[in-house]
Design a binder for this molecule. Structure first.
Ligand SMILES: Nc1ncnc2c1ncn2[C@@H]1O[C@H](COP(=O)(O)OP(=O)(O)OP(=O)(O)O)[C@@H](O)[C@H]1O
Ligand SMILES: [Mg+2]
Length: 299
């Protein structure tokens, strides 16, 4: 099943990491899914949202981050025991016991420099593809938190993952970020690219007519596949990034309209994943049952 999803907008600060966190915790706590988050941002934002500073620091010191996994596989060209890098029991939501994480580290930037310097882009892409192949069969949904901008690593995720979705703020600069992303996707189509699952409007102010105009405009372009559900700007979502030292209930972390919106986003996300997989399955079945080209002439 295709279930690997890169979360991407070339614009920073649109809520990529916050939505990765909230969607993963909701898929686990409410929809009972096993979710793996791969933190591909050198800032390690989502890792810090899921792990205490001391635990994150220990994993970084012990060489158990995405950087160490990629250094071994890409720079040192050795086989990697990928489950060693997956941390369970993350999240401060007591019902979200099936969220797993491959954490990140600042050193990711140096790793990317080595890849470019040694022209190891092909090996990077092969390693990313192999990792995604492994995790596809183990987890229900895999979310890759990408940094803003278009790095060599982000490009590899986008070419090897099955899908991407893009959070955006309903404003001018964030929607420009989507446009840059769309143009990037159009370059070198022969190299493969994740399928668009849709654009999600985040930090929406229900009272703003300007934001409503941006929503209409995004909706008019069918390529965006805009999610029907928008995510409001709420203080609960703003503070979701602060890991609580004690576990709390899902409803304590995401009260009221925050949980209503994120649950609806998850429902839409799961429906879109199912629909995309069903479409591919029926296309493969049709291809398998149709006669090979030229069979009539040769019989
Ligand atoms: N729905 C929301 N309501 C209120 N605040 C939000 C919401 N979503 C995100 N934020 C806040 O917006 C800021 C940016 O969010 P976040 O770090 O998730 O964005 P990002 O796209 O991952 O940023 P970067 O590009 O730097 O990785 C954070 O302070 C976060 O708490
Ligand atoms: Mg982020």
């Amino acid at each position: 099943m295709r279930n690997t999803v890169a979360v991407m907008n070339t614009k920073g600060g649109v809520g990529k990491s916050t939505l990765v966190l909230a969607v993963a915790e909701t898929l686990s706590a409410v929809f009972r899914k096993n979710v793996l988050i791969i933190d591909s941002d050198s800032q390690a934002s989502v890792s810090a949202m899921l792990l205490s500073a001391s635990n994150l620091h220990r994993l970084q010191s012990d060489g158990l981050t995405i950087v160490d996994l990629l250094v071994a596989s890409v720079l040192n060209n050795v086989a990697v025991d990928w489950p060693r890098f997956v941390v369970g029991g993350v999240s401060d939501v007591d019902e979200a016991r099936t969220v797993y994480l491959i954490p990140s580290d600042m050193q990711l930037t140096l790793f990317e420099r080595e890849v470019s310097k040694e022209s190891l882009h092909a090996r990077l892409r092969t390693s990313i593809g192999a990792l995604l192949n492994h995790v596809r069969g183990v987890f229900d949904v895999i979310l890759i938190d990408c940094p803003p901008g278009l790095s060599v690593l982000t490009e590899s995720w986008l070419r090897e993952a099955d899908f991407h979705f893009s959070p955006t703020k309903p404003d001018y600069v964030s929607t420009c970020g989507l446009e840059v992303f769309r143009r990037f996707k159009g370059l070198n189509p022969e190299m493969g690219f994740a399928e668009n699952l849709g654009v999600i409007i985040n930090m929406k102010d229900a009272q703003s007519s300007v934001e409503a105009d941006y929503q209409r405009w995004l909706n008019e372009n069918a390529d965006n596949k805009l999610f029907a559900q928008t995510v409001p700007r709420t203080s609960a979502l703003q503070h979701a990034s602060h890991l609580s030292p004690v576990e709390r209930s899902y409803m304590a972390k995401y009260p009221g309209e925050s949980s209503v919106a994120i649950r609806a986003v998850c429902q839409e996300l799961l429906a879109r994943l199912d629909a995309a997989n069903a479409k591919e399955a029926s296309a493969s079945a049709a291809a398998a049952s149709s006669p090979p080209v030229g069979s009539e002439a040769s019989s």
